[in-house]
Structures are given as structure tokens and as C-alpha cells.
Design a protein around this ligand. Sequence first.
Ligand code: PEP
Ligand code: MG
Length: 581
Amino acid sequence: MSFTLHGLGVSAGIAIGRAMLMSHATLEVSHLTLAPRLVEKEIARFDAAIAAVKSELLTMKENTEHAPAELSAFIDIHTMFLEDTELVEKPREIIRERRCNAEWALVQQMEHLVGQFEQFDDPYLRERKYDVIQVVERVIKELLGHPGKASLKAAKHTKEESLIVVAHDLSPADTIAFKDHRFASFITDVGGATSHTAILARSMAIPAVLGLENGRALIRDGEQLIVDGMRGVVIVNPDPRVLEEYRLRMEQIELEKNQLKRLKTSRTVSLDGIDIALHANIELPGDVPDALEGGAEGIGLFRTEFLFLNRGDMPDEQEQFEAYKKVVKGMAGRPVTIRTFDLGADKDLHPEGTAGDRVKTNPALGRRAIRLSLSEPKMFQTQLRAILRASRYGPIKLLIPMLAHAHEIDQTLAAVEQAKSSLRGEKIPFDENTQVGGMIEIPAAALAVGIFLRRLDFLSIGTNDLIQYTLAIDRADEQVASLYDPLHPAVLMLLAHTISNAEKAGIPVSVCGETAGDPKLTRLLLGMGLRIFSMHPSQILKVKNRILKSDVSEIAPNVRKMLRLDEPAKLREALEKLNAS
Ligand code: PEP
Ligand code: MG
């Protein structure tokens, strides 16, 4: 039966493929059939994984004597589950009866238990299903031998390119693991349009729809799906006529993409001769070829925290240095803006809950980004030294996320100085003139931008967070996604205020949030005076196309008028007019 689901289209394009359901656990496991002689061995492997996780929990408990009672209780519950026959005995029976691999058996049993917990009326008992999921995830990671790394295996006999990942939720850590794969698309039940999961979909240039609410429950493994990332629609088991229509649209999109490629080497200049710089946002060193392919003149934002996800430990100075050097060398003399880590909030350093302080009431307002870096001076120094060391291989700029206070900037600059002085002491070469800039992503920073202009070499506006904090909308929450509005008059005021003050002060300013990569907003930003844009490589040529067709001297007065409007409907109408022609 064909049916349609609606969600948030967060990454445009169309994909047609087969559904690959991700289990409740954030790990996808493959289903293997074992030769009879291997069954007992598989059970022994399962037993060993259970024992290893139990001892891991025991060590954790011993090391957390002074941790909050909740953490200790959480360890106790997980240990209890690992002693329960439902989780220890039943998977052994499944392995024996169905001759399957341990991971698969465990996930089957987990799904069964989760179903039972969901039946409870008591909300406390219902919530315990998450403990089951977490403990199973731990055992699976142990079985897979990659602690902290999501493992995705393509369904047998189907090429990854035609698989559509269907999940209830994907963390940024799960999604970044997709970069090693070539899935056609992914769809989830939860997640907002500028969540990092959505951003990663755009950076991979694959269509994605989030916030489907019940997709994971309604879609079955292997069903044919059409994902329309533009309209936010997923069609399950489409009929042949619809399928044909979408195939034609896919071809059309491909054609348009190829036409845009012709712009790759042309200069980015407006009709009235204003040069604009288009830079790329990247998450991993492996993204550099895409940035160059997209025609980026530099890296405007390297989200280094992605180097930290999906692993049990922190990369040391040498490993980070190699990663930064790879990007700088890959960009061959073009500027590379490296943002110090923006960990915390949805990019949790300790997703397993081992940090003792994982459960926060409001993580996006908590110890995130520079706040975390300043509170972990050793970790921060390691990163600063690694970045500075890479600066001898090409132009690097240091970008600091989530600044709000003058004293945070001062402390950061002191930390940079400390890293420099330690390198000098060790006679390790680096670029003494490495510029330091700040992200404007908290409304306070935009309003009091003078604090930043007096202390820093450049600014970069992170509209994703700026909008989140201005409108008090959790960017990762699909339930408030409709309120997330880059055109809200307050957002426009903050943007225009920051850009014009930076211009007056002669300090370069860019926008590196998703707004910069939306061709519908290109003229608006040009009219505000923006001259440096940073976005996913896949968006660069689309934005360039808009710039080549724009006359800034004509646009600017209209944008100034728009900024005086505070009626949303009028603003939208004015934007349409601005974009006409
Ligand atoms: C932003 O907030 O706009 C930004 C570019 O940073 P991130 O999306 O990584 O928070
Ligand atoms: Mg941000």
C-alpha cells in the first residue's frame, strides 16, 4: 500500500531507494547466518561482551565515588539488566535457534523488551526502555570492537547508493559516520531543520527529511521509498506513475547541477562589480576535495569537534596537528578558518554518560563550546598548539565559538598567547600573525559587538545559533521547527547591526550559518553589506549563480527599507520582490 509521510525537508534533492531501518539502538547491525559449527563460538563471544561491559560498569562505579547519586543509580540499573535472563539468556537462545550473529540476536531481544516497556502505564517504568537501549548499545559496541563508533552495514545485496536510512533519531555522531558511506538519503522521526544532523545531510548533499514523527514505526525494511528533501515528503511504496514523475524530476535536478558546474572557475562578482568571497564549511579533513570541487576560495568554518566524536578518547596534539595540516595543505594556500571545538549541547563528548554530568536541564545554554574549552585548559592548549603548528603550512585563522563576554575573549587570547609562548620555548615554528576571530551567535554578542570589534581580527556570524538563541527555539527540536525563522525582524536587526558595525570598524565579517548557503537569502545578505559567505560546498555554486545575477547598488536601498518593516507578511513579500528577476 502506498502512503505519504510529511516532515521537514532539511536537505534538498530527491532520492529513490529501499528503506534500511536503524534499530532503536543507534547502532545498525547486520544479520548474518552462521555455520552450525560457529554457533557455540558466537555464544562465547556474546558472553565475553556481557562480561566486559559488566566489568567496565564496575570500574566506572569505583571511579565515581563522589559522583552524583543519579550516575551511580544509572550504573546499578545497567548492571542489573546485564544480570537479567531476558538480556543474558534470551539472546543466547536466539543465537542457538536461529544460528545468527550475537549483535542481531541482542537487537531482536532488545526490540521485544522495548515493546514490553512501552506497554507500561507507569511513566517511570515506560522510561526504563531507554536504559535497555543504552545497555544494549554498550554490549553491541563491545561486540563490534569499535567502542564509540557507530557501525553501519548495508543490507545484503543492495548497493549503499540505493539505501535510505530510516531512523527514529540520529545524533551528530551517528550522522558523521555516514560520511564513510554513500547512502542515498536518510529520514528520521525527530530533529530540527538546523540541527547538526540536518547540517550534515546538507554537507553530504544527500536529500533528508527529519521530524516525520512515526516514520520508523510505519516503514518496513526493504520497502521502496521516495524522499523529496525539498518538500519534506516521504512516499512509501509509490505507484508506478508517481515513481516515473520523480525519476524525471531527479534527472532535471541532475541537469541543473551540471549546468551550475560551469560557474566553478568564474570570478564571484556582482553585476555592479563587487567581489564576493565564497568559502566552504567542512566537518572533516576528508571534506576538502568537495570544497575545492564546489569552487570554494577558502574554508570559512572547519567544525573541528567532529574529530572528537565517535571515539572513546581525545585525539592528542600530534593527531590533531596532522588533521589540521591535511586541510591546510589540501587548500593549497587558500585561507583556512579553524574553529576551536564546539563540544557540548548535542555534540556530547561523553555520549555514554560517563562524564558524570551528562544530564543537563538545558545543554544548549550550558557549558558548551568556548565555555567548555576554557574550563578544560589542558584540552584547549592541546588544540591551540596543534592549530598553531599547522599554521606554518598555509594561512590559518583561529575562530572561537559561542563567545559572549569580554572576559571570555581576553581569557581566550591569553590562552592563545600561552600556546604560542610554549611553542616558541620549544622552538617549534608557527605563524606569529595567526588571526583570531569570534563567532557571533549569541544575541548579546551581536548587540554588544563593539566588545568583539575592539579585541578580535575578524567576525563570523553563526546564524544557526543566533536564531536559536534570539527566538528561544531549540534548533534540534522538530516540535518548534516551524517557529525557527531566519526572517524574523529581530534576527534581521541583529544581522544588519553586526555587519554594518564590523564594516565601519574595518573588521572583516562573514556569515557561516545555514543562512549563508540559502540562495533565497543571498540578496538580502548582499544588501546588508555582507561580502564573505561560508557554506556547505554543495551550496556554493547555487549562491554564486545568485550573486552573478545581482546588482548590489540596486538591492541595498531595498534591503534598508526591508529592515524598517516589522510585519512578517510584509517582510516576506519584500523578499519575494527582492528575489524577482
Ligand atoms: C552557527 O551556529 O550558525 C554555526 C555556524 O555553528 P554550528 O552550526 O556548528 O553551531
Ligand atoms: Mg553555532
